[in-house]
Design a protein around this ligand. Structure first.
Ligand code: GAL
Length: 368
């Protein structure tokens, strides 16, 4: 009888010690995504949750419905819960300075995909090479129209960029515009609307309806006289969806307009298969989540990783460590930047389906 009592007392004491020292409590990761209304963030959120849970962390994930006040509340709640790490994709990179002040020395923050400005709480940034996203779109146009051998031919182009609140948006636009500006300067590319500044071509919240209405206005004002539109360079798929609808419904020309995008949203992949959209720049957010996991684990283990996180990893994808591209107002943020890739009708099966990111549901791909 005595031995049973002893074992019971020992067990109670042992568990009490564990609890007092915090051993045995899983650490918690707070994840905050901008919204579910833009397709990619649903995938990001799922991948991030799966990755951290696969390593035994508790995950508290919030989607802030593209409402800045909601995102501030979501972050406040996670800070109050004293999470061990925050992974945040901001709706507005300028709107989180105040709320993250409380986290500054307590909770490490990884800015996920979009940079968070004016706060020292952000220890790292994980994203894709956002400038290269735009360059890939510009280079695709350059190659498709053989702009270096135009021989007197000219092509009409219109630009659609993203949300001015999103630090990525002007970077995407700069990559594309810097690539094509030499051809605009030579008169090989012509912008009939005259809209070539980021603020003129930006799209609030990346909203498809906003992009649709702006393109309808441009078509009505500058193409009603039968002028041909050759190219609609859109910096992402949600804006490309609106632009494609405007061109389908309201463009009088009978030529195929070359339309670009980014993200591989399923509606746009269907448009690519149907020939309505010409390309998208795909970013494997599954890999972005893997990098975020390994970085987050290192940070929670008290490390401050650099290049070696890549060297010591088992990642089967390219990633660059960068300390000079992304200054968030408090200094350059150590960044891990993955590599985007061009997807068209020709390589969609190989790059998106054979890799397992999507599966074919009849004629069209669906995201897993
Ligand atoms: C950007 C993101 C892109 C784009 C957009 C829409 O910040 O990097 O993938 O699609 O937001 O959410």
């Amino acid at each position: 009888m005595k031995s049973k009592k002893f074992v019971f007392m020992f067990a109670v004491t042992f568990v009490a010690c564990l609890l007092m020292t915090g051993i045995g409590f899983a650490k918690t990761v707070g994840i905050v995504m901008p919204t579910k209304s833009l397709e990619r963030w649903n995938r990001d959120g799922e991948y991030l949750k799966q990755q951290f849970e696969s390593r035994g962390y508790d995950v508290n994930i919030r989607y802030s419905d593209n409402k800045i006040d909601q995102q501030v509340k979501d972050i406040e709640g996670l800070i109050a819960n004293n999470v061990d790490l925050l992974v945040i994709a901001p709706i507005n990179g300028l709107a989180l300075t105040q709320v993250l002040q409380d986290a500054e020395d307590e909770i490490p923050v990884i800015a996920y995909d979009r940079l968070i400005m004016n706060t020292k709480a952000v220890r790292y940034y994980v994203s894709f090479d956002n400038y290269k996203v735009g360059v890939l779109q510009g280079e695709f146009i350059k190659k498709m129209f053989d702009l270096d051998n135009a021989d007197g031919k000219t092509f009409n182009i219109e630009f659609t960029a993203g949300d001015p609140a999103d630090n990525n948006a002007p970077v995407f636009f700069a990559g594309a515009f810097d690539t094509l500006k030499p051809y605009i300067d030579k008169g090989i590319l012509v912008v009939p609307s005259g809209q070539t500044e980021f603020q003129q071509v930006a799209t609030k919240a990346w909203d498809s309806a906003v992009a649709l209405e702006r393109m309808q206005n441009i078509l009505a004002s500058h193409y009603a006289d039968g002028r041909v539109l050759d190219i609609a360079l859109c910096n992402n798929d949600s804006t490309a969806l609106g632009v494609t609808k405007a061109i389908t419904d309201d463009y009088a020309g009978d030529n195929k307009v070359i339309i670009t995008g980014q993200d591989g949203d399923v509606a746009n992949l269907a448009n690519i298969i149907d020939g309505k959209q010409t390309m998208t720049v795909y970013k494997a957010v599954a890999n972005e989540a893997v990098v975020t996991l390994d970085l987050g684990v290192a940070i929670m283990d008290g490390k401050e990783p650099g290049e070696e996180l890549i060297k010591d990893s088992k990642w089967d994808f390219a990633c660059a460590f960068d300390t000079e591209s992304y200054n968030n107002g408090k200094g350059f943020v150590k960044s891990y930047l993955l590599t985007p890739l061009i997807v068209t009708q020709e390589n969609l099966q190989k790059e998106l389906v054979d890799t397992g990111y999507y599966y074919m549901d009849g004629k069209y791909p669906k995201a897993k």
